[in-house]
Write a protein that binds this ligand. Structure first.
Ligand code: NAD
Length: 295
């Protein structure tokens, strides 16, 4: 087993074999999710790509297949902003022989406030409620496959959050970055509470900030955000570098049994004080269960 190396300041490259492991990755048709899928397939994992668009999903699956050193990848289609589609997806994934790693990666930022088919604010629904619901529905499968890992892609943007539990839908004051920051704070609070609930089950939950990465991210943001990203993009990490902390958390024996952490560049880091508030984490969990109809 090779020692972890750090390249481009991004995170360790684990090189840890993942043969026989089944990894489900949401948002696998571009950016960090696709790069992580390619990397894990190259380590021997069997990757299940969860994508919204069939054509882009098939293209990504071809790339993952070309890198695969283990089982053949497969594709599952779902619009994760819909609770019904998340439930259908979970039902199909529950039919897999096992799930060793669930990667909650799909996410976006949206310029104007939009509602999903379920009448929920889109950013919060996709970035937080979808991983919340999918993970909970797959919990029996993950426990049966244990030791298993849940890895959720959060962001340092959580530090700009102003989460009001009485206005999760941002009906009173919407801005794209506030909605995004709140959803990424929710990812960390979710991970914290999930880790507490999973204690002793053999399933761990961790989250990460991938760095600032050159992906399709921001393309649904404002013209200013897109211009800013275009100017700064040459200085961003590549998707492969951005995927490293994710792959590290999915595969490394160094984090085996570690749970509830927030990682940056392969290192455990303290997130914001709000992200470490267990009472807020519990209250958000209960509200999320209500909003997703989870009993
Ligand atoms: P990306 O836009 O390339 O990838 C996002 C993925 O989510 C895409 O595959 C997209 O198809 C998928 N997705 C979006 N809406 C969906 C829906 N309704 N149903 C199913 N899938 C949907 O961007 P990325 O940068 O690779 O983003 C991946 C994750 O990384 C996100 O959670 C993002 O918040 C996080 N992140 C990115 C950066 C960065 O600098 N790029 C920084 C911090 C965190």
């Amino acid at each position: 087993m090779s020692e972890p190396q750090t390249a481009g300041g991004a995170a360790p490259v684990t090189g840890v074999p993942m043969g026989g492991r089944v990894c489900v990755v949401t948002g696998a048709s571009s950016g960090i999710g696709q790069a992580a899928s390619v990397a894990m397939a190259g380590l021997g994992a069997t990757v299940v790509l969860v994508c919204r668009d069939r054509g882009r999903g098939q293209n990504a699956m071809a790339e993952v297949g070309a890198a695969a050193r283990g089982g053949e990848p497969s594709l599952e289609l779902a619009d994760l902003s819909s609770a019904e589609q998340v439930r259908d997806l979970a039902g199909r994934l529950a039919g897999l022989p096992r799930i060793d790693v669930l990667v909650n990666n799909a996410g976006l930022v949206i310029y104007h406030r939009q509602l999903t088919a379920d009448g929920l604010e889109h950013t919060f629904a996709l970035n937080h409620l979808a991983p919340f619901l999918l993970t909970n529905l797959l919990r029996p499968k993950l426990e049966a496959s244990g030791p298993a890992r849940v890895v959720t892609v959060a962001s340092t943007a959580h530090r700009g959050a102003r989460l009001d539990l009485d206005d999760l839908q941002l009906e009173h004051r919407y801005s794209a970055m506030l909605a995004y920051s709140n959803s990424k704070l929710a990812n960390i609070l979710f991970t914290r509470e999930l880790a507490r609930r999973l204690d002793g089950t053999g399933v761990t939950a961790n989250c990460l900030h991938p760095g600032t990465v050159r992906t399709r991210f921001g393309q649904t943001g404002s013209a200013w955000l897109r211009l800013g990203i275009a100017i700064a993009a040459p200085f961003f990490r590549s998707p492969e570098q951005g995927a490293r902390t994710l792959v590290y958390l999915a595969s490394s024996p160094e984090v085996s049994g570690q749970s509830g952490g927030y990682y940056v560049s392969g290192k455990l880091r303290e997130p914001s004080p709000t992200a470490r508030n267990d009472d807020t984490a519990r209250r958000l969990w209960d509200l999320s269960a209500e909003l997703t109809g989870l009993s």
